[in-house]
Design a protein around this ligand. Structure first.
Ligand SMILES: Cc1cc2nc3c(=O)[nH]c(=O)nc-3n(C[C@H](O)[C@H](O)[C@H](O)COP(=O)(O)O)c2cc1C
Length: 198
């Protein structure tokens, strides 16, 4: 069984609908550690040594957050800046994160249609994740197709949040138990495309 660390970043969890449901869906899952950055660091002072110890104890790192300005809430950027240090995460002698898997699990306000050339966001969601993909690469981590959950705007209350939560849990279980069809990972853009196969 692989060990999963969910690095969770949401600055206003009490107002959250999507991420709160997703957390509920994976609550108590064996092999999964929830690491709520805004709760752990209300002063935003990241303890790099503590974070690196957490990383060492896990095989899969899930970066779960709402999409904020086509990126992550600020504390996750701070986490990257403080934790992914030269000599630890990257550089000639750096092997600490080699082979660990990186999964971005993101909720967006925009619909899937908005993230098309015709839509107001103009580019596919995956394109906006390029800095994370390259960060994973530089750290020797394996980038997984992201788990993207669109349409979580206040006006889109037709989304079945519980269903999305069940899908999230199923995919994390498959990752944890090594049941993802690895040969198919390179063929899909988003992890949800593999849902039926795991
Ligand atoms: C500061 C801020 C920036 C946002 N930026 C984006 C964005 O760039 N793209 C997008 O699709 N949604 C954006 N949203 C909408 C959020 O992604 C959406 O409300 C969130 O994913 C819903 O999850 P929650 O219910 O857990 O908060 C933004 C929301 C806020 C508050």
């Amino acid at each position: 069984m692989k060990r999963i660390l969910v690095l969770f970043a949401h600055p206003a969890l009490q107002q959250s609908r999507a991420n709160r449901s997703l957390l509920k869906a994976i609550d108590g899952m064996p092999g999964v550690t929830l690491h709520d950055l805004y709760q752990l660091y209300p002063d935003q002072m990241i303890d790099a040594a503590r974070e690196q110890a957490q990383l060492a104890a896990h095989d899969i790192i899930v970066f779960q957050h709402p999409f904020y300005w086509f990126s992550a809430p600020a504390l996750l950027k701070e986490w990257c800046d403080m934790v992914l240090q030269y000599g630890y995460a990257y550089g000639e002698e750096a092997t600490a994160l080699q082979g660990k898997q990186w999964l971005s699990a993101i909720t967006t306000g925009g619909t899937a249609q908005s993230y098309t050339p015709e839509g107001y966001n103009r580019h596919p969601t995956i394109d906006y994740l390029l800095p994370y993909r390259q960060t994973a690469s530089l750290c020797g981590m394996t980038w997984l197709p992201p788990f993207v959950m669109h349409s979580f705007d206040a006006s889109h209350d037709n989304i079945d949040v519980d269903q999305v939560g069940r899908e999230y849990r199923r995919l994390l279980e498959a990752l944890r138990d090594d049941r993802l069809p690895t040969q198919r990972l390179a063929e899909v853009t988003y992890l949800r495309e593999l849902l039926e196969e795991c």
